[in-house]
Design a protein around this ligand. Structure first.
Ligand code: 5AD
Ligand code: SF4
Length: 449
């Protein structure tokens, strides 16, 4: 009888990509993938630890999985940043976890499962003396790049490609450099060949992933820069879009801006994480740029790439942030005019520098600042949305809208969602749509020739 595996993902695009790889590894060893944990023999929780909330969700899920384990002997495997950070400690609270594994070790999943299965067999036969065999904990860092796993992704339109792993920046609030290790980049030739394969298979979007895409090429040859990578990918024949997350504002060089400006295959949507608009807070965050340098970058992006949409990440309530410094953030938000922003309250991550800083901000103040920021950004998003009124936009059709089945959901190169009436056979195609109605987060339109 065939066996089933479920992979539950928390966190960022990198985790989404790694979950796809885990599914592929499991399929390769004979498992069917299901979303129903009640019919699963193995359940993976691919975890995140960037902000505090993730841990609570993961604990809840682990509690739920205990029942499946008691009822059916389901194996529980925890991977990702939270697993890497906590390691063996997780076993104190959840002794029924079978495998704990960091991101760099996922290629060892088959071996680890085999070990657990062997231990179970021995236990059933009454032969198990070495209790240690019951769990596998693999959270070491490898100096080597993880093996490439050519994963077919959850959908057949967007393929995501990891171009690099890890981060050397040590922003003082951030746990990522501790759980994902130092930066390593994949040679350009490999990436270009892989992208060619994806385009040949019919993918319409290639999403490049790294903690800091602008550092691409560190440790590789002189020619292997992010700008050259973008250009080489844009030179691949075919109709497709290239997206990337995330660049670091400090390392956003002119050649990258030029590459985007020159190539319409590179999406008109650039994510430029601000984090704070105050030069003092940015310094405490170890971000390596000032308020003015950041605004210059956004202005340069908007003037060289007129149709670009800029998005961002912002943290409010970083230790020591005064009301005035928070207002600097509001000021940048007003000037930069982001299409959308991901906005967070600062959350303490043990082991980071900021966790030890004086002047931790009360929750009440953080919440108040977050609300004020969200309402300003919502207003700006609404204004920018209105600028699409009457325009004809080329969009990539993703399929029926989840909320309104009669409509097709699509996205512009600037990453704006457009709903319109059309046949579901248009899925995966680029079409032109005239925009008739603009709401803050969604545009509505009609198909045109
Ligand atoms: N608290 C709040 N937000 C954080 N981020 C990273 N670390 C923290 C933290 N400790 C946010 C940053 C980053 C995004 C992925 O998560 O804005 O860009
Ligand atoms: Fe974290 Fe900063 Fe690295 Fe981004 S650049 S992953 S925020 S340390």
């Amino acid at each position: 009888m065939s066996k089933n595996a479920t992979v539950i993902t928390y966190g960022c695009q990198m985790n989404v990509n790694e979950s796809a790889k885990i599914r592929k590894i499991m399929e390769d060893i004979g498992y069917d993938i299901t979303e129903n944990i009640n019919e699963s023999d193995v359940v993976f929780l691919n975890t995140c630890t960037v902000r505090e909330g993730a841990a609570t969700q993961i604990y809840g899920k682990l509690g739920e999985l205990k029942q499946a384990r008691d009822a059916r002997g389901t194996k529980i495997i925890i991977t990702g940043c939270f697993a890497q950070e906590q390691g063996r400690k997780l076993l104190q609270k959840f002794p029924y976890i079978d495998i704990i594994m960091g991101n760099q070790n996922i290629s060892k999943i088959p071996e680890a499962i085999e070990k657990i299965e062997r231990a179970q067999e021995l236990k059933e036969a009454g032969k198990l003396r070495d209790k240690k065999l019951k769990h596998v904990v693999l959270t070491g860092y490898d100096d080597e790049l993880p093996p490439r796993i050519d994963a077919d992704f959850d959908n057949d339109i967007t393929a995501s490609m990891t171009i690099g792993y890890g981060c050397n920046n040590f922003c003082t609030y951030c746990i990522v450099p501790y759980v994902r290790g130092r930066e390593k980049y994949i040679p350009m030739e490999q990436l270009v060949n892989q992208a060619k394969e994806y385009v040949k298979k019919g993918y319409k979007e290639i999403m490049l992933l790294a903690q800091n895409v602008n550092s691409y090429g560190k440790g590789l040859s002189e020619n292997e820069t992010f700008a050259n990578l973008l250009q080489a990918l844009a030179d691949i024949e075919g109709d497709f879009l290239i997206r990337f997350i995330s660049p670091h504002p400090r390392d956003f060089t002119d050649d990258v801006i030029d590459a985007i400006a020159k190539n319409s295959k590179i999406a008109r949507s650039v994510h430029v994480p601000l984090q704070s608009g105050s030069t003092k807070v940015l310094k405490d965050m170890n971000r390596g740029y000032t308020k003015e340098q950041y605004l210059n970058l956004v202005n340069k992006l908007k003037s060289r790439i007129p149709d670009v949409a800029v998005t961002t990440d912002i943290i409010v309530g970083f230790p020591g942030e005064t009301e005035e410094e928070f207002e600097d953030t509001l000021d940048v938000v007003r000037q930069a005019k982001y299409d959308t922003a991901f906005m967070f309250m600062y959350s303490i991550r043990t082991g980071t520098k900021a966790a030890e800083m004086e002047g931790q901000i009360e929750d009440k103040v953080k919440k108040d600042r977050l609300h004020r920021l969200i309402s300003l950004q919502t207003e700006i998003s609404g204004e920018l949305s209105n600028e699409y009124q009457g325009k004809i936009e080329r969009v990539l059709v993703e399929g029926p809208s989840r909320k309104n089945k009669e409509m097709l959901s699509s996205r512009t190169s600037s990453n704006k969602v457009v709903l319109f009436k059309g046949d579901s056979s248009l899925r995966g195609q680029f079409v032109n749509v005239k925009i008739n109605e603009c709401r803050t987060w969604t545009l509505y339109g009609e198909l045109v020739d």
